[in-house]
Design a protein around this ligand. Structure first.
Ligand SMILES: C[S@@+](CC[C@H](N)C(=O)[O-])C[C@H]1O[C@@H](n2cnc3c(N)ncnc32)[C@H](O)[C@@H]1O
Length: 241
């Protein structure tokens, strides 16, 4: 069973949301008048572990960091009915809206947790527990003084490699050329991952919900004619620390 909605709304200051600087919170979707049922878990300052959130019968588990309004994760619950998909979203309003939409599908193989995805991967996920981590259109934080808030910082390959099983994947999309360069460098230089262009193509051909698409930001950027870069990094088999 999915854990119940955790405690009260987030405290004003949650140290988990200020690692490297305060994460963004979208204020437009904050009324919480929707009904996310048990598809939404509010992590607060002591979120549950992954295994408390995933029903026992799921062997395949994937996480999406920063799902926003949930378009990709909801499509993935349809495309991959035997996989459990957990979205870790920092903005409460987005997570609540996404969970309401997921609940409306009637599918039970997904949920949204309000937390910091980077910390959750680090301290709430058992080693090798994940088949994949998806990160689509992560906030680029263009100002130099905010760069520490980016998801793909130098420490992230190690964090991802611990949580992703051997030959599992980290799947990424971004429209931001500068951030794409940082992602390619940080992930590409790691001896824990290898870029797999065949897998990128394979997943694109499988269609919506298998990786990369659909997301709200993707739709917006395609309409604007922006170039979108998509990456699949395979977790290389190795001894785990
Ligand atoms: C630019 S939006 C992209 C949303 C969605 N992936 C899409 O493509 O439409 C980035 C999202 O990541 C969330 N976010 C940023 N940093 C995060 C973190 N460390 N953990 C969880 N969510 C995060 C933001 O709140 C926001 O909803």
């Amino acid at each position: 069973m999915l854990a119940p909605l955790m405690s009260s709304p987030q405290p004003q200051h949650n140290p988990r949301m200020s690692q490297g600087g305060k994460l963004s919170f979208r204020s437009r979707v904050q009324d919480l008048e929707d009904d996310p049922g048990d598809r939404l878990v509010i992590g607060g300052d002591d979120p549950p572990n992954l295994d408390e959130l995933v029903p026992d019968h799921f062997d395949e588990v994937e996480i999406e960091v920063g799902p926003g309004k949930g378009a990709y994760l909801i499509a993935a619950t349809e495309a991959k009915p035997d996989t459990f998909l957990l979205g870790i979203e920092a903005a409460m309003g987005y997570a609540s809206l996404a969970a309401t939409r997921l609940k409306e599908t009637g599918r039970a193989n997904g949920a949204f947790l309000v937390d910091n995805g980077k910390l959750f991967l680090r301290d709430r996920v058992a080693a090798g527990a994940l088949a994949a981590v998806h990160v689509y259109f992560p906030d680029p934080w263009p100002k130099r003084r905010h760069r520490g808030r980016r998801f793909f910082t130098e420490d992230v390959p190690g964090t991802l490699a611990r949580a992703i099983r051997d030959d599992g994947y980290c799947l990424i999309a971004t429209d931001n050329a500068g951030y794409a360069g940082q992602i390619a460098r940080v992930m590409g230089n790691s001896d824990l991952f290898e870029r797999d262009e065949d897998e990128e193509q394979r997943r694109i051909e499988l269609g919506p919900g298998h990786a990369f698409t659909p997301t709200n930001f993707e739709r917006k950027y395609i309409e604007q004619g922006r170039i979108i870069r998509r990456y699949a990094f395979r977790r290389l088999p190795d001894e785990r620390s």
